[in-house]
Design a protein around this ligand. Sequence first.
Ligand code: ADP
Ligand code: ZN
Ligand code: ZN
Length: 821
Amino acid sequence: MKKYVDVIVPLSIANLFTYSLPEELENKVKTGCRVVVPFGAKRYYTAIVVKIHYSAPEEYETKEVTEVLDESSAILHTQLKFWQWVADYYLCTLGDVYKAAIPSGMKLESETIVTYNQEYEAAEKMSDKEQTLLDILSNDNEQCITQIERAANIKNILPVVKSLLEKGAIFIKEELKRNYKPKTEARVRLTESMNCEIAVKESFDKLSHAPKQLAVLMKYIEISGWMSDNSDNLKEVSKKELLEKSGASASILNGLADKGILEIYYHEVGRLEKYNSDTVPMNMLNTIQQNSFNNILSAFHQKNICLLHGVTASGKTEIYIHLIQEVIKAGKQALYLLPEIALTTQITNRLKKVFGSRLGVYHSKFPDAERVEIWQKQLSENDYDVILGVRSSIFLPYRRLGLIIVDEEHETSYKQQDPAPRYHARSAAIMLASIYGAKTLLGTATPSIESYYNATHGKYALVEMKERFQNIQLPEIEIVDIKELTRKKRMNGHFSPYLLQKIRESLENKEQVILFQNRRGFAPMIECRTCGWVPKCKNCDVSLTYHKGLDQMTCHYCGYTYNVPKSCPACGGVELINRGFGTEKVEDDIKYIFPDAKVARMDLDTTRTRTAYERIINDFQEGKTDILIGTQMVSKGLDFDRVSVVGILNADSMLAYPDFRSFERAFQLMAQVAGRAGRKNKRGLVVLQTKSPELPLIHEVVTNDYFRLYNEQIEERSLFKYPPFHKLIYVYLKHKKEDILEQAAECMARYLRNGLGERVLGPDKPPVGRIQTLFIKKIVVKVELQASMSKVRNYLAQVQRTLIEDQRFRSLIVYYDVDPM
Ligand code: ADP
Ligand code: ZN
Ligand code: ZN
């Protein structure tokens, strides 16, 4: 009987596709294997097998699978189950999930562009096909796979590309920064026949007429330590090192190999960083921590999820480390999630000390080849015991997951905004854990309202720690009323005299300062003093942000940059002024006021690369920087010792954004950034500048009164039908033409109301009504918790189908944001 496979293709299409298997591949396929399939006009995609069966589809004639790429599953059964949940819950396709889940090197398609690795040295013999492909690429460094296939005249080239990728001979184009590390290293040693001093001496004589070869041999003897007493214990010498130190060419070394004196051999090194296996024991927990640790463990007997609410620097991380150790002892794996890579450096170092090479670190700024290697290691018997990673690490394979820690669980950056799947890593982690029968620990000093609600209403367990480790005091928070000061003209730019005085004292005492301004760039916008003209992005409905360093204006939505006009295009006026202020402006002003201080800035613009983060954080930690200015990035659980003053420059800017979470978010940001002050040796000071000191929120920040904030918020949420009482789904519609979009949005809202009634609000124009040349409309669906979400989802899908079938709306884009942030 003919065999068929159902596969996921990496496209946003709703259905699985069925392909037939040619006879020779019938026994090679398993579920979870990757296969190469033709699709549409495209030559091929890498697809994933989810089912093997014997029934041909009725609707279409099947094409054949071209090739099977894996001998065993590259995607585990549990992962497929998880993908299905993500697709269902977040209203997207399995193809969307597939695209997000897998590193590029594992999903080659005809259009994938590969580039030649100039630094690659062949360590193994290449097959003829591989050699042909490399020759083609070395002539023209960058080509898409179809192009190469044509030039090489090789049918079925994907497996060849795959093997070259694995060897590191080629790269996938999309990795911009690549830290090439070879997978195997060519090394040099004396041949078997050189096993005694006499033989070596003889070869010296033999080489007297080949001085260059002799020099290489001498260098080898020197580096390897062959002359030393302990010649049994020779140092391994890499070919690269030997050639570099002797200044010789590879052909000279080959000459020595031909003479049977030295030989070249290959040693597996792997691209993944090998951590020093010297580890140190964990810190002992103090009594409070030990109690919390015990409470978490016993809570896990009853509940699968526990919220650890502990003030900043209460030592949550230490507790995580002890829990992970416990999980490893039981033969299971732990996943430690962090919201942003800004944090991974510090935590990596802490975990590395304890777990050494059992720790794997995974994040999106890693070169693709490394991500593929981690994936494969996770599939093997030799998988990591602990993975530390950002949200995408929930998609890695786990064979024995026992615990997921979601650190800083309140962070909104756990939510993926674009593209689909627009998942929240906290919710997804909870689901992932439940698929494995594992536990989830959410940790934070400032819980999200949703999580705290769940923890106080029986859904999660709750463990609280109200004191800092070693009872270090929480910082003192002083409010400065900048409205009053501005009126009296006593402000120095954006700094109150009090803040400046405190910065000065701190610098005099050789202590450090953090200044927080929740906006990057120099000025949010430029304005014509004469007519009020404000430059806007031509693709999006937003004003541009001025970046002084670049002397350019940037759209923070589409990334488009513009030159600053010399005069106002509307009225011709030449007085263009800056309105508002961002981190770059703060940096400028501070450098002017404190010319001797060493100042650094941490925001999206200064941390484009991973090393940039690390440098800024390390410099600050080592005291090379006196003042660190930053956006919310500096609020993250970073742990510094010498920060005596934290300045929050403008609390009000955080409240200006119209969103039901803005107070919650402002509290979290301020409490977190305040938590950076005064950690180890003395009480820190936070100077909180605001124009509205009378707001209850400001008082709650000063008294660190989370409970009051929570109670206020929960009341509002219940009153206005927001989470956790109602589920939110935003429906977005996009189109190039505004009028068509308007009709489509009205139509969709009407259909939705037919089935969902009052639960449907809108359509509305979102705050930014056009992005990247597409107009946007938003419909809000609020569903009470008791309602059946699956019915709602089905209904949405049905309405969308009806809408898209309408000729007028053919190029309409519809997507959903479930549990939007
Ligand atoms: P949190 O994660 O709650 O912000 P951390 O775990 O980072 O707190 O702890 C704050 C500081 O106290 C860190 O520098 C940490 O090394 C130290 N610390 C916490 N608990 C212990 C412990 N049991 N032994 C030694 N140092 C600890
Ligand atoms: Zn003007
Ligand atoms: Zn734009």
